[in-house]
Design a protein around this ligand. Structure first.
Ligand code: B12
Length: 267
């Protein structure tokens, strides 16, 4: 078994792909040029996160911040591969990557593209995070695959119909997830949408209505079960010390934004 395959097995990661860097869609060249090496290959991996229902937080935000786990997996992978390839350079990303992560996962054959813009896998539906590692190793060293044609969902229309703001129907410029994450004052209409959908952070409406998520398996990754909060209250937030707060997915906007959302939906 290759060093890469043995690592993925140890980490219970069943969905990953290796691609040549020239085949992936680069969206942030600035990030690539700040690397001290020229990337030749990409390892893209999926981390399923569904652990069960939530009350007022979207599913991705119920556990500790997923960036913590993506980074930890990426760093462990780099340490593991460095034993086999000591002269190679690596860098890990999750979200803030030089490449379009969804498109890399799609051409890596890991899933299909839903009309909600999300990558959908067979086993875990769209409840997967995407992480990636860039390296100057030649694609052949890691057993890279040729890019596969992008496959699409059946366009059943359920995500479009369920989208609270209508962005998926081309009727708005804003996604409810983005609205919950915006600083400052929200409009009455935006507040009403948050209340109707019962969310204080993120939005899962398009995912909840997707038939591919109906039988999505729960994640085998322990991280997503630890310190899980399915229902956040103002009182709980107030009691969270700075360290605990910093480890939540809603921390990047500061306390004020999530505090405001709780206040708007609790009254
Ligand atoms: C900014 C951001 C957001 C913003 C804006 C979303 C947006 N504009 O796409 C907001 C806050 C709204 C958001 C919300 C969510 N997000 Co978000 N988000 C991102 C982030 C950091 C950047 C996205 C971006 O702007 N990309 C650049 C633009 C140019 O890409 P795009 O054109 O919009 O994307 C299209 C291409 O990928 C295209 N495409 C696919 N294949 C191909 C192939 C070719 C050849 C071409 C040309 C195009 C193409 O299809 C995509 C969709 O239309 C990504 C991480 C990342 N680095 O990708 C996560 C990411 C997309 N988000 C993620 C998640 C989980 C969510 C939420 C579900 C969270 C939640 N519950 O609230 C929602 C889902 C909302 C939705 N239906 O899109 C996951 C998605 C995982 C998955 N299964 O697909 C990602 C990948 C984070 C991660 N590392 O796992 N997000």
């Amino acid at each position: 078994m290759s060093a890469l395959a043995s690592f993925m097995k140890e980490e219970s990661i069943s969905l990953y792909a290796v691609l040549s860097y020239k085949d992936v869609r680069e969206t942030m060249p600035r990030l690539r040029s700040s690397l001290p090496f020229e990337p030749r290959s990409v390892i893209v991996f999926l981390l399923p996160y569904y652990t069960g229902e939530t009350v007022n937080l979207s599913r991705y935000a119920a556990s500790k911040d997923y960036h913590i786990h993506i980074r930890a997996v990426g760093e462990r992978l780099i340490r593991h591969l460095s034993h086999s390839f000591p002269a190679a350079s690596f860098h890990t990303y999750g979200d803030h990557s030089p490449i379009d992560e969804r498109s890399a996962a799609l051409i890596g054959g890991l899933g299909i593209l839903g009309d909600n813009g999300l990558l959908i896998t067979e086993e875990y539906g769209s409840y997967v995070f995407i992480g990636d590692v860039l390296t100057d190793l030649a694609p052949e060293c890691l057993g890279a695959t040729a890019p596969q044609p992008v496959r699409y969902c059946e366009h059943c229309g359920r995500c479009r119909a369920a989208c609270p703001t209508g962005i998926l129907r081309g009727e708005s410029d804003d996604c409810l997830s983005a609205i919950t994450q915006r600083k400052g004052k929200l409009t009455d209409e935006e507040i009403a949408l948050m209340r109707t959908c019962g969310t204080v952070w993120g939005c899962d409406e398009c995912q909840c209505h997707c038939p591919h998520n109906r039988h999505a398996s729960t994640t085998p990754i322990p991280f997503f079960y630890e310190d899980r909060i399915a229902h956040l209250t103002s009182a709980q937030l107030e009691q969270m010390d700075e360290q605990a707060f910093r480890e939540r997915a809603y921390a990047w906007r500061g306390r004020k934004t999530i505090e405001r959302n709780l206040l708007l939906t609790e009254t």
